[in-house]
Design a protein around this ligand. Structure first.
Ligand code: GTP
Ligand code: NA
Ligand code: MG
Length: 290
């Protein structure tokens, strides 16, 4: 990509952690802070991800996919997470699913930021958590390591702004950029059938700008963007890199992790779909060797 075509894009954040350590509470808290900051009513569309702004800097969160979906998406090449926020309850410390999440995040080479949650509790023991983190190779910055770690209370909201600030800063450090020009490429993060709308999918745009009216290929199927709905439930004409949006216009239900790629013409999209379907048919007809 020519360097001057690249523009900063929002970081894409996945929150992971052990059961009940506060992932949903944190996501709700972040979403609420946005709603009170700018919106009336507070009706948010469920698009599987949402974008918030912290002091003018956008940050995109994927709604707790859990590491199963995280891995499934990676297996299909949809490696869209930039930063993993690892939530650890300060009273519990590292638990089996925390260790799994660390494993997944490390394996994928993602930046891990630790949010030690439930720091409002009497029984909170942040020192113990940091010791445990160091044992996993995640030495925190206050102990001379390079793992950023924040002490928060998702329930009370303490430290949540600091977390957003840190994520926005980390994004700058990582120099997350994408070319917003040209045909879009997006990743499917959720897909479902909706009455009256047919197959609907939530996507996050990776590059280019997704536009209403554009033909596309997704897996072995052609489609056309009939409508785009943003995470505030508003109909929009286009979506830029790092933005989550709901897409209407699929012929078939796409798979999570599939890539949606805009094409220049219906004909080109249909031709590619036929080729891909042909490949799938011959795959199925192949007699196993041995
Ligand atoms: P799963 O989705 O089931 O894995 O759980 P989760 O990680 O999403 O945890 P959730 O947000 O559902 O929180 C679990 C419980 O912990 C709830 O009762 C929350 O109210 C509570 N909780 C979450 N954050 C905090 C916090 O900062 N302080 C305290 N005291 N409680 C919290
Ligand atoms: Na829970
Ligand atoms: Mg949850």
């Amino acid at each position: 990509e020519p360097e001057d075509e690249l523009k900063l894009r929002p970081p894409i954040i996945t929150i992971m952690g052990h059961v009940d350590h506060g992932k949903t509470t944190l996501l709700d808290r972040i979403r609420d802070s946005r709603i009170t900051a700018g919106e009336a009513g507070g009706i948010t569309q469920h698009v599987g991800a949402y974008k918030v702004e912290h002091e003018g800097k956008p940050v995109t969160f994927i709604d707790t996919p859990g590491h199963a979906i995280f891995s499934a998406m990676r297996a299909r090449g949809a490696d869209i997470t930039d930063i993993v926020v690892l939530v650890v309850a300060a009273n519990d410390g590292l638990m089996p699913q925390t260790l799994e999440a660390i494993e997944h995040a490390k394996h994928s080479g993602k930046t891990i930021i630790v949010a030690i949650n439930k720091c409002d509790l009497e029984s909170a023991n942040t020192m113990h958590v940091k010791t445990q983190l160091a044992e996993q190779g995640l030495q925190t910055t206050d102990f001379g390591g390079d793992t950023e770690c924040l002490e928060i209370s998702a329930l009370k909201g303490d430290g949540v702004d600091d977390l957003l600030e840190l994520l926005a800063l980390q994004a700058e450090v990582l120099e997350l950029k994408a070319n917003p020009k040209g045909n879009a490429r997006a990743s499917i993060i959720e897909a479902r059938f909706q009455q009256g709308r047919g197959a609907v999918a939530s996507v996050i745009v990776e590059s280019g700008t997704l536009k209403v009216g554009k033909p596309f290929i997704c897996g072995p199927f052609a489609g056309k963007v009939k409508a785009l709905i943003n995470d505030r439930g508003e109909s929009v004409k286009s979506a830029t890199p790092g933005t989550p949006v709901e897409v209407i216009g699929f012929e078939e239900l796409p798979r999570v992790g599939d890539a949606l790629v805009e094409m220049d013409s219906d004909r080109a999209a249909k031709k590619l779909a036929e080729e891909r379907q042909g490949e799938l048919r011959s795959e199925r007809l192949k007699i196993p060797q041995k």
